[in-house]
Write a protein of this length. Structure first.
Lengths: 516, 173, 624, 104
């Protein structure tokens, strides 16, 4: 392959990634050469600007036909754009939050903190827009390793150290397991391109009779990837890590990193495994794909996540830990669309993507909003206990109202984004004929009210004791709160806008079509 | 029994033996050395499988770099540490889980029945790897360099003892 | 006015926003702001009602909201006779409670918050009653629950209030799940949330009988939760920890009636399923008699009224289950008036005495003439004495149940009427008649006129509202109600004189018994006996009658009440505790595994993986 | 035709993978835990190389994949050790079962 062939690829579609990469370079160099005394906040502003530019490039990319570079190691499609949009918006919010969080004492290396967030986002972006196992793997590792360091960045905190070590150990074990599964997939197909894998798996399944090996590889890979989205039984790292990490990092893990995990799982299994028709039903002539076989097990994982996440959250007194369990449960909800079996997928495949993506979007707004408040309160009170929220209404009525909206949304009360998201997923599950999973979803969301309302009660129903002084809000956090509140309410009242937006700009079905 | 099979068996014994030694030794440093043994045997497998480049890389990175890094890790933390055994119950559950997993793997690969094809590997497969890395896989390759950079930065900021902060910044909570 | 009916809920919404934004500054005058906006809503509702009375078709407006797949979801409003009537009731009671609270909550430093909650509640309730589709119903249904949670827990510094608020929320949520599931099932089958579309589908037999029964029962579960029917009733008596005006508005007149309203709105669906109708009737009947017996032995003035509410709601359900659309709705209306009156009067008593135990009251009629008179009116009405409104609606229910032909249910209904009269007058006599059983009665004053005025209005309505539907002058209300959009609202009952007389006799019996037991008890017969031996003998005989009552009939009754109270406390709550226990168990095990050891996490992960794959092998037999 | 079948390599790899997994799940010293994970990754590499030689579609890509896994595994190990050193400074222990500040 010579330079001309290389240059003939449409590299401009990678502009968002290049922008982030460029900003990483600039920020790291600046950090290196800036004098110690200079405030590192300027780096965050530069990064924020870079994310803005990347978003602009992303919008240029939206609506373009499916394109690829170098045998699908990088590809541009609606699916990728959608997730990249999510990551960049999430990252921007997290930057604003970190601006108010990071101070020299807690995080000794401020500049590094900023560009590690950027590299993590870069990893996530690559993860969303590649159809090649190697690129997916490297992107995943870029995301993970950056996250390990970010979690450990508060290096003088024992809890941060401990959570970082736990994260590294469980994370690398998960990676090893995933790679082990991938090695079998490679062995059966001899390629890393997901489309080719899909074709060759068909051969391996039907002509070579390797069905069990395929199922085995499938499960092992899935489990390795499920670690990222922290679903039961691969969730146990999450509470510890969420508690130990700095609050913006926790927000990052629970929103961006989790969304990246979903992007990875969606892409990998939708492209490589779902088209694998394992059988044809003799009576109806309907196709049975691998989807039919996996659905039940995904459903079990989803149900277990919802049950255990919500019940464990009930007993938490540390608010970040509570949100960790809550996010485990939320991951369970998002898994529900994947667990709906069979025939429905071939009828209305876009619903899978849209349901999950809408929920992720809603989750971005509500969870980031909630984390902004958590950061505000825990920093002010120097305590992560739920009691730190007591009497908040007296101290900051407007912010309390915002927080209530986030909590209501997380709980899935109507007129909020969370309700619409949950409703769609629920309807999808019923339409797909999986009533029991829908029931579990309903019952566990009732359980979840208990702890969300426990937090609300703290804010409302307790006197502020002697701490009636008003809560200061830094400008950045204020902006984040307004932004997230607007998103939560808008998506709740006029969800059609979001759906039209998703439908128009992000065609999730793109992932199935190789580039022309 | 031909030569190739003999070498394979020797390598298998040494690699697995190294792993089992690691599990049973008590001194941490000895464990690392046992694993280094395993890593080197694995390089032998790679030679057998005509992956010379990977084999050399394996010797350099695992036999050398990783092992030495781990030794440094031990020296920087607590040398001469004895790794006494943990609670029994936990070990048993772990053992059961791992053995069950192993049985499943064996069941899975048991189904492999295709005849090994004689592949015409090109003579200079190292060059082939290079071509792949700089052609087909240039994107992940470049990305890997970022991962390495991140790892470098991370290792530095995490492991470095910074004088400025250490006085006041003794561990919180 | 009818085309602007969507404005009605907006009034309280605006009030809510204003109160949240400026409440702190407005302080006491926030009450007037709330009253003003509710008045606006009320006037509009009245106009809407009158306009709807003249129309012979329903007015509805819908706009597109969002698209799911190829289904369009709309938002809008609809004014059927039922909706118009509910708008009127809700806005009227809400207005009166707003006014009343100005006096009751006087001096509370969180009065603006209180009014904000009230406004939010009024908004949600009004939004609920004009909703033309299930999704909208569900949304407001939830909102109403949230408001109830906030208002019950208004006195947050009381631990009981906090517990009650949480209980109310969780219990009604259990019901809400039923509504959500039913709604989703209907949407799945019909492809629309519109009530009209659903009824059309039911009429055209597009839905299977099983599905109709299932969804109807799920909707009824929601109604059970909101209306405090057995076995989800336990939250309602506890909810009395909220301020009394709230109890009057939410837990007597409006929100709890929403369950009955929901069944009424979905009546065509219920009609299509005999099993569902049976369920409604039996659960309603059982709740009616069950709660009435518990009310016999309560000593807290508000708890008596709360159990009475549960019982009366059961009565309405019973009527609906017996195909009595008109009877149920009619009783819903009259009950809203007289029960709100009773609560407000009780509030007036509590406001004056600052205590709620009826054993420590007595003799209040001398000091609080107006309150006593109005309370008496309320009691007569609920007991079903002509010409008070309760008489007509109760008679209508008895008629319906009789004509439906289930003798057992009829007996239950009659007996409940007897119990109702009895416990209400027990309450009345214990509180107002005789002598005071508490010392510091001298400071007791009648409540201010701002509180008396709403009670007076309600008193007038409690007397007069029955005449809109009688078998003597004409059944206007019934005729109008069944002129609604769906054709299957069941037939109206025809008058039967003997039932009328039976209802009256039973009520009088109850009142008489209460009189004998509680009004005359204070009579010290021993002192009298010493002075007048002859009279003593007579009186002794009379007393003997009392005793006979007491030991046979009454102690039987009391025994039933105590038993059911016990049942309520331990069996129903026990089931709830069991569920709680299971959840705690899972939590404890989870916490045990989550012991901070990262390797345990790893082991869990590996074991999870292994179990998944083994499960896969077992399920599919993929091993050859 | 070689005399060592593919399955033999895969079995050796599986054994090494399981030894690594077991070590990672039971060893107390965090350094050894990290090293055991490296062993797991090495077993994965054997798989890749063996499949590159004897897979259904043999070819160089397996070896290329291995290049990536080796380099990234090394980074993971380095970061792990760095975190461990930071932790050791604050806690004075490398025993993984003593790290349970965060639980329940």
């Amino acid at each position: 392959m010579d330079i001309e062939t290389l240059l003939s690829y449409p590299w401009r579609i990678m502009m968002p990634e290049f922008t982030i990469l460029g900003i990483v370079t600039i920020v790291s160099l600046l950090d290196l050469f800036m004098r110690e005394k200079i405030d590192r906040k300027i780096l965050a502003y530069i990064s924020l600007g870079g994310i803005g530019v990347a978003l602009c490039f992303l919008f240029v990319n939206i609506g373009q036909p499916v394109q690829e570079i170098l045998f699908e190691t990088y590809r541009l499609d609606g699916f990728a754009n959608a997730f990249k949009f999510l990551f960049l918006v999430g990252a921007a919010v997290i930057f604003i939050l970190s601006l108010d969080y990071v101070n020299g004492k807690d995080v000794p290396y401020e500049g590094e903190f900023y560009y590690l967030i950027l590299t993590a986002v870069l990893g996530a972006m690559i993860l969303a827009s590649s159809a090649d196992m190697i690129t997916l793997f490297v992107g995943l590792e870029l995301l993970s390793i950056s996250s390990y360091i970010l979690v450990g960045a508060r290096k003088y905190h024992r809890r941060a150290n401990e959570s970082a070590l736990k994260y590294v150990i469980s994370g690398t074990i998960a990676t090893a397991v995933m790679l082990y599964g991938m090695s079998f997939i490679y062995g059966l197909t001899g390629t890393t391109n997901l489309f080719e894998i899909s074709e060759r798996l068909f051969v391996a399944f039907h002509e070579q009779g390797q069905s069990f090996l395929i199922y085995f590889a499938f499960f092992v890979t899935l489990i390795g990837m499920a670690f990222k989205i922290s679903v039961v039984p691969f969730h146990m790292w999450a509470p510890d890590v969420y508690e130990g990490a700095a609050t913006p990092v926790t927000a990052f893990l629970s929103v961006v990193s989790k969304a990246a995990g979903f992007a990875l799982i969606l892409r990998f299994f939708m492209v490589a495994f779902i088209p694998l028709i394992t059988d044809i039903e003799p009576d109806t002539g309907m196709w049975i794909s691998l989807l039919n076989d996996w659905a039940f097990f995904i459903a079990i994982i989803a149900a277990a996540s919802m049950i255990i996440g919500n019940i464990m959250a009930l007993r938490q007194t540390n608010v970040k830990r509570m949100f960790a369990y809550s996010s485990i449960a939320q991951a369970g909800y998002i898994l529900v669309p994947f667990a709906v079996a069979g025939e429905l997928f071939f009828r209305i495949p876009h619903l899978f993507f849209e349901n999950a993506f809408f929920y992720l979007l809603a989750y971005l707004f509500m969870n980031l909003g909630a984390f902004a408040m958590i950061q505000l309160v825990t920093q002010e009170e120097q305590s992560e206990d739920i009691k730190a929220f007591s009497g908040l209404y007296r101290r900051a009525p407007y912010k309390t109202v915002a927080m209530i909206f986030f909590l209501l949304s997380l709980a899935g009360i109507p007129l909020t984004a969370g309700f619409i998201g949950k409703f769609y997923i629920f309807m999808g599950s019923i339409e797909g004929g999986n009533i029991w999973l829908a029931t579990v979803m309903m019952i566990t969301s009732v359980i979840s009210y208990y702890y969300y309302f426990g937090l609300m009660r703290q804010m409302f129903l307790r006197p502020a004791a002697d701490r009636a002084k008003p809560l200061k809000t830094p400008l950045g956090t204020g902006i984040v709160l307004v932004f997230c509140l607007a998103g939560t309410i808008l998506l709740g009242i006029v969800p059609q806008i979001a759906f039209d937006f998703i439908h128009l700009n992000f065609d999730g079905l793109d992932i199935f079509y190789p580039a022309e | 029994m031909n030569g190739e099979l003999l070498i394979f068996l020797i390598l298998a014994v040494t690699s697995i033996g190294g792993g089992i030694l690691m599990l049973n030794l008590t001194k941490v440093v000895h464990m690392v050395m046992a694993l280094a043994f395993t890593f080197l045997s694995i390089a032998g497998f790679f030679f057998m499988l005509e992956a010379e480049f990977i084999a050399v890389a394996q010797i350099l990175i695992y036999g050398g770099a990783v092992t030495i890094m781990m030794l440094f890790g031990i020296m920087l933390t607590r040398h001469n540490d004895q790794d006494e055994s943990r609670k029994r119950g936990l070990k048993w559950i772990a053992a059961i889980g791992v053995v069950a997993f192993f049985v499943l793997i064996v069941l899975a690969i048991d189904g492999i029945n295709w005849m090994p094809e004689e592949t015409a590997f090109v003579e200079n497969n190292t060059a082939q790897i290079g071509l792949y890395l700089f052609g087909h896989y240039v994107i992940p390759f470049e990305l890997t360099s970022i991962v390495l950079l991140v790892g470098l930065v991370g290792a530095i900021i995490l492991a470095r003892r910074d004088r400025k902060l250490n006085k006041e910044g003794e561990a919180h909570d | 006015m009818i085309e602007n009916a969507w404005l009605i809920p907006l009034f309280p919404l605006v009030a809510f926003i204003l109160l949240i934004a400026f409440g702190r500054r407005l302080k006491e005058s926030s009450a007037w702001l709330g009253i003003l906006f509710t008045l606006g809503a009320f006037l509009l509702s009245v106009m809407t009602l009158f306009e709807r009375l003249r129309l012979d078709h329903s007015a509805s407006v819908v706009v597109d909201w969002l698209q799911i797949g190829d289904h369009l979801i709309t938002m809008g409003y609809e004014i059927t006779p039922l909706n118009a009537l509910m708008l009127f009731i809700v806005s009227l009671v809400s207005l009166l409670v707003h006014i009343y609270s100005r006096g009751y909550m006087d001096g509370d430093d969180r009065i603006s918050v209180f009014y904000a909650y009230l406004a939010l509640f009024t908004f949600s309730m009004l939004g609920l009653v004009i909703a033309p589709n299930l999704l909208q119903v569900y949304i407001f249904w939830e909102l109403v629950g949230v408001c109830s949670f906030l208002l019950v827990g208004f006195y947050f510094y009381k631990p009981e209030a906090k517990r009650a608020a949480r209980k109310a929320f969780i219990m009604t949520r259990i019901g809400d799940v039923g509504l959500f599931v039913a709604m989703s099932l209907l949407f799945w089958q019909v492809g629309s949330f519109e009530l009209a579309a659903i009824f059309t589908a039911v009429e055209n037999n597009e839905l299977s009988a099983g599905l109709i029964t299932l969804t109807a029962i799920l909707i009824f579960v929601a109604a059970i939760g909101k209306s405090g029917q057995f076995p989800l009733h336990t939250w309602l008596p506890d909810a009395m920890e909220g301020p009394t005006p709230v109890s009057a508005l939410i837990h007597a007149a409006t929100m709890v009636a929403a369950g009955v309203y929901l069944v009424a709105v979905m009546f065509p669906l219920f009609e299509a399923s005999p099993a569902a109708m049976n369920t409604v009737a039996y659960v309603g009947g059982f709740t009616a008699i069950f709660a009435a017996s518990i009310a016999l032995v309560q000593n807290d003035i508000k708890r008596v009224l709360a159990y009475s509410t549960v019982s009366q709601l059961g009565y309405m359900m019973l009527a609906l289950g017996a195909a009595g659309y008109v009877a149920g709705t009619f009783h819903l209306m009259t009950h809203a008036f007289f029960k709100a009156l009773l609560f407000l009067a009780a509030g007036s008593v509590i406001h004056a005495l600052h205590k709620q135990n009826i054993q420590e009251m007595g003799g209040l009629s001398a000091r609080m003439k107006w309150t006593a008179a109005l309370f008496f009116v309320g009691c007569l009405s609920i007991a079903g004495i002509p010409p008070f409104s309760g008489f007509f609606s109760k008679e209508e229910i008895l008629l319906t149940v009789w004509q439906d032909g289930r003798a057992g249910l009829f007996i239950v209904a009659v007996f409940t009427a007897f119990l109702t009269a009895f416990y209400m007058f027990r309450l009345f006599f214990l509180v107002f008649s005789g002598e005071s059983r508490s010392r510091d009665m001298n400071q007791v004053k009648e409540s201010p006129s701002v509180m008396m005025f709403p009670m007076l209005i309600l008193g007038i309505l409690a007397v007069g509202s029955g005449f809109v539907h009688t078998h003597w002058f004409g059944t206007f209300l019934g005729d109008w109600l069944i002129s609604g959009p769906a054709s299957t609202y069941g037939a109206q009952a025809h008058s039967e004189t003997w039932i009328l007389i039976l209802a009256l006799v039973v009520s009088l019996l109850g009142i008489g018994l209460a009189y004998l037991m509680y009004a005359k008890r204070t009579w010290d017969h021993r002192a009298l006996a010493e002075r007048l031996p002859l009279a003593y003998r007579v009186l002794y005989n009379k007393y003997y009658v009392d005793e006979a009552y007491r030991y046979t009939f009454v102690s039987g009754l009391r025994g039933l009440g105590i038993f059911l109270n016990f049942f309520d406390r331990y069996v129903v709550e026990g089931v709830l505790r069991l569920i709680h226990g299971i959840m705690t168990g899972i939590g404890t095990v989870g916490a045990k595994i989550q012991n901070g050891q990262v390797q345990v996490y790893g082991i869990t992960m590996v074991c999870g993986l292994v179990i998944l794959i083994i499960g896969f092998i077992m399920a599919g037999g993929y091993l050859r | 035709m070689t005399s060592v079948p593919l399955n033999a390599y895969l079995i050796v790899a599986a054994i090494l993978f399981c030894i690594g997994l077991y070590g990672a799940l039971t060893k107390r010293n965090a350094v050894i835990v990290l090293l055991s994970i490296e062993l797991m990754l090495n077993a994965v590499n054997i798989n890749f190389i063996a499949f590159a030689r004897f897979g259904l579609y043999p070819g160089m890509i397996g070896q290329v994949f291995t290049v990536f896994t080796i380099s990234i595994a090394a980074v993971g190990a380095a970061v792990g050790i760095a975190i461990l050193i930071a932790l050791y400074r604050n806690r004075g222990t490398v025993n993984i079962d003593e790290m349970d500040l965060l639980k329940r």
